[in-house]
Design a protein around this ligand. Sequence first.
Ligand code: GRG
Length: 289
Amino acid sequence: MLDRQSRIEQALHALLPAPEVAPARLHAAMRYAVLGGGKRVRPLLAYGAGELAGADPQRVDRAAAAVEMIHAYSLVHDDMPAMDNDVLRRGKPTVHVEFDEATALLVGDSLQSLAFQVLAEIKLADDPSRQVEMIGMLARAGGSRGMAGGQAIDLAATGLSLSVTELEFMHIHKTGALIRASVALGARCGGALSEAQLDSLDHFSKFIGLAFQVVDDVLDADSSTATLGKTAGKDAENNKPTYVSVLGLERARKLARELRDDALDALASLPRGGGHLRELADFVVLRKF
Ligand code: GRG
C-alpha cells in the first residue's frame, strides 16, 4: 500500500500543473487540494484491479489519478459553505478557507476537466473503444446519475429519517459510483480479464463501496477530529441520516463486516483470489480514519 500510495503521489505531482505556471494561485490551490493527504483508496483499488488485468502500471497511474482528481474535486466542493461548510480536510484547512471560495469553485471545475484530459490524451487500453468506454464510465460515475446526484439526494435528506434502502440508494450514488469506477477503469487498462471476471469485479466494487460508506458513518460517530483529519460528529450535528442513526453503532459495524465478506466472495473467480483487492477490502472495513 505504501509503495502504491507513493506511486500515485508522484503521478499526481507530475500530472497537476506546476504551481509557478499561470494562473499560479489556481494551480497552487489545485495542488493543495490533491497532494499530500488522503488514504488514496480509489487509486489503490484501481491499481489492485489493474494488476489482476495484467495492466501496464503506467496506464493505471492515469486511471488512478483521474479518479482521485474527481474525488478531490468533490471534497473541495463538498466542504464549501453552500454544502457541508467545513474548515478541516485531510488535517489541513479546507481549500476555501486556505484560499477563497471563488478559487475553491475553480479548483473543483479544473480538477474535473483535468481528470478527463488525463484519461483521454494518451493510449490507456489496447482497444481504443475500451478507452472511450472508460471515459464514459468516469463521466457517468461523477454526474447526476452518480456522485453529483448522490450529493443532491444527500443535501435534500438533511433532517429526514430514511429507511436503510433509501440510505443505500443515496450512497450507491454519492460514494459508491466513484469507487466502482476506480475498479472498472483500473481493470480496463489491461486485457487479461474475461467479461465474466469484469462483472465479478463490478460486484466486488459495489459491496466495497457500500462498506466504505458504512465505515465512514461509524467513524464519524465514533472517532475524534484529530484521528480523522476532518471534523468528527458532523453527521449528527447536521441531523443527517446515516447508517449509525438508522441502525445504531453495533448493527452498522456488523453490516460493514457482512459487506466485506460479500465483497470477498465476489473475488473468488479472479486470478489469485483477487490479489491485493482482498487486503484492500480489509483495509476499507478495519481502517481507523
Ligand atoms: C460536491 C459533486 C459533489 C460531491 C460530493 C464525496 C462527496 C460528494 C462528499 C464528501 C463527503 C463525504 C463525507 C462523503 C462520504 C464518504 C467519503 C467520500 C469520504 C471521504 O473519502 P475518503 O475517506 O477521503 O476516501 P480521503 O481524504 O482519504 O481521500
